[in-house]
Design a protein around this ligand. Structure first.
Ligand code: 5RP
Ligand code: CO
Length: 220
C-alpha cells in the first residue's frame, strides 16, 4: 500500500511562549499532522507538556494531533489525552506492563494507536502487535530532546518494518522521528517511511520559512 508522504512537525522546536500561534503557522504552512511530544522527566530526561496544553492548542488547528507519549506509566493518562483532543496516540512498549492491552485501550477510545520503537528496541517486538496498530514509529534518536543527530542504523530497521507492513497487507503508517532534515528525509523515505516528524528542520528560520521547510522535507 503506497501512501503520500506526510509531514508532522514536532512543536518541541516551536516558540513555547507563542504555541497557539506557532500551531496555526505550521497548519497554514501546509503540514499534515501536528506532532506533540509529551515527556515526564521519568521515562525520558526532559519535561514538556500535559493534556491541559493539548486542550488549549486544539482550537488552533483542525489537523490531526499526533501525540507521542514519553511517560511512564502511560496507561493512566490515555483517556485524558484523548479528551484533550489527540487523534493519534503513540506509546513506547517500555512505558507500561502490557503494550497489547495499551494499544487496545487507545483504539477503544476511538483514536488511532501507534507503537514507538526506541533505537535499541528491535523490530521483532512488533510480531504480535502488527495486527492491531495503525502506526509504527521508529525513533532515529534516543527520545528526550529535539536537535539530536540521526542514528544511521535505524534505516535498516525502517526497511525491515516496511517489509513487515507490506507482508501484513494492513493499512499501517510508518513514521520516523529524530534528526530528520533535508539530508536524512529522502533516505528515510527510500527506506520505507511515509510520515516524517521534523522539529528543528521545520521551525528553523522563523514563520516565514515554515512553508518552504515543509515542502522541501516532503521532497517537493
Ligand atoms: O520525540 C522527539 C524527541 O524525543 C521529537 O519528536 C524529535 O526529537 C523531533 O525533534 P528533531 O526533529 O529536532 O530531531
Ligand atoms: Co516525538
Amino acid at each position: 500500500m503506497t501512501h503520500p508522504i506526510l509531514i508532522s512537525p514536532s512543536i518541541l522546536s516551536a516558540d513555547f511562549a507563542r504555541l497557539g500561534e506557532e500551531v496555526r503557522a505550521i497548519d497554514e504552512a501546509g503540514c499534515d499532522w501536528i506532532h506533540i511530544d509529551v515527556m515526564d522527566g521519568h521515562f525520558v530526561p526532559n519535561i514538556t507538556i500535559g493534556p491541559a496544553v493539548v486542550k488549549a492548542l486544539r482550537p488552533h488547528s483542525q489537523k490531526p494531533f499526533d501525540v507521542h507519549l514519553m511517560i511512564s506509566p502511560v496507561d493512566p493518562y490515555l483517556d485524558a489525552f484523548v479528551q484533550a483532543g489527540a487523534d493519534i496516540i503513540t506509546v513506547h512498549p517500555e512505558a507500561g506492563p502490557h503494550i497489547h492491552r495499551t494499544v487496545q485501550h487507545i483504539k477503544s477510545l476511538g483514536v488511532k494507536a501507534g507503537v514507538v520503537l526506541n533505537p535499541g528496541t528491535p523490530a521483532k517486538m512488533l510480531d504480535y502487535l502488527i495486527d492491531d496498530v495503525d502506526l509504527i514509529l521508529v525513533m532515529s534518536v534516543n527520545p528526550g530532546f529535539g536537535g539530536q543527530s540521526f542514528i544511521e542504523n535505524q534505516l535498516r530497521k525502517i526497511e525491515a518494518i516496511r517489509k513487515m507492513i507490506d507482508k501484513s497487507g494492513r493499512d499501517i503508517r510508518l513514521q520516523v522521528d529524530g534528526g530528520i532534515d533535508l539530508n536524512t528525509a529522502p533516505r528515510a523515505i527510500a527506506a520505507g517511511a511515509d510520515v516524517l516528524v521534523a522539529g528543528t528542520a521545520t521551525f528553523r528560520g522563523g514563520q516565514s520559512t515554515y512553508a518552504d521547510n515543509i515542502r522541501q522535507l516532503r521532497g517537493g
